[in-house]
Design a protein around this ligand. Structure first.
Ligand SMILES: C[S@@+](CC[C@H](N)C(=O)[O-])C[C@H]1O[C@@H](n2cnc3c(N)ncnc32)[C@H](O)[C@@H]1O
Length: 298
């Protein structure tokens, strides 16, 4: 069981320092995942406090509740998309929280489960849904979108320069046979590229996989919608920490905080996003592209 908890919380020291959680407070972890951040928050808010942990992945919540068992009674886990933040708080009778953290993307628990189809390294179904009750899968996108739609998604969400070649090859290959596994898709991508795989730092299919994951889960819209609910969801003085791994996610956080500042309802506590130091990057390579922005409700 220990292995299921291997998700290392990113920028945890910085997040705890900004949230500055105190006993009796209500803190929302909008992306509880492996509960790495939540466990540290619970140490600070108990006794008397309450952690509200949200995740759209039901399986992840089961693991989080096991990890947090020592804090039984001090947390509530909610299986929903965080874009329903206001509604979630209302349903559990909380008017406003004392702090919130978003740690975007997927956890290593999800990445390492071959059945979920997130990984290039392990063959599995082309699924990529965070919420397994959702109907749309990555396979539907890969086999259903037009060449132009695929090209745009791979370009915009994957920032992949060979988006056109990859989209063309996908469409050619799926005419012969449906593409239904991660290994099949990886193979198609590799065959569409003009270079040799092992010359590059990241796997050449990484960007396309990222694009399909973001699109399958409609990740950017969820982030925009959730952040827009922050003013109503937070007490005065409460802080919102947003960790993103993609330039478009970071841009949403940056612009939303700017807009709130212009309206006089938020202060921005991070002029530039905070990134992981060298030691953290060595210990936890996932932190390499993490960017933390923090806003404070006025
Ligand atoms: C990077 S992990 C969080 C890891 C966590 N901070 C920890 O320390 O273990 C992101 C989690 O957020 C969830 N998630 C992503 N987008 C979501 C959304 N829109 N609504 C709810 N949960 C979401 C994913 O399912 C995943 O479990």
């Amino acid at each position: 069981m220990e292995k299921s908890y291997l998700h290392n919380p990113v920028l945890a020291r910085e997040v705890i320092s900004f949230l500055n959680p105190a006993p009796g407070e209500i803190i929302v972890d909008a992306t509880i995942g492996g509960a790495g951040h939540s466990e540290q928050i619970l140490h600070k808010i108990t006794p008397g406090g309450m952690l509200i942990g949200i995740d759209r992945d039901e399986e992840t919540l089961r693991l989080a509740s096991e990890r947090l068992r020592p804090f039984e009674g001090s947390f509530k886990l909610i299986n929903k998309n965080f874009k329903y933040l206001k509604e979630i708080l209302k349903d559990i009778g909380v008017s406003k929280a004392n702090g919130i953290i978003f740690d975007m993307g997927i956890s290593s628990i999800q990445m390492e489960a071959w059945q979920r189809g997130f990984s290039i390294k392990m063959d599995g179904p082309l699924d990529m849904r965070m919420d397994r009750n959702q109907r749309l899968t990555a396979k539907d996108l890969v086999n259903g979108l037009s060449e132009r739609e695929l090209s745009i998604i791979i370009k915009d969400l994957g920032e992949e320069r060979f988006h056109g070649r990859i989209a063309r090859r996908i469409v050619e290959e799926r005419r012969k046979k449906e593409i239904s596994t991660t290994a099949e898709l990886t193979e198609v991508i590799l065959r569409s590229l003009p270079y040799v795989n092992n010359k590059y730092k990241i796997h050449p299919a990484t960007r396309t996989f990222q694009a399909l994951r973001i699109k399958t889960n409609d990740e950017l819209d969820s982030i925009s919608e959730a952040l827009m609910e922050l003013p109503e969801a937070l007490e005065k003085g409460a802080r919102a920490c947003v960790i993103s791994f993609h330039s478009l996610e970071d841009r949403i956080a940056k612009h939303t905080f700017k807009k709130f500042k212009a309206e006089g309802i938020f202060n921005i506590l991070t002029k530039k996003p905070i990134v992981a130091d060298e030691n953290e990057v060595i210990a936890n390579p996932r932190s390499r592209s993490a960017k933390l922005r923090v806003g404070e409700r006025l």
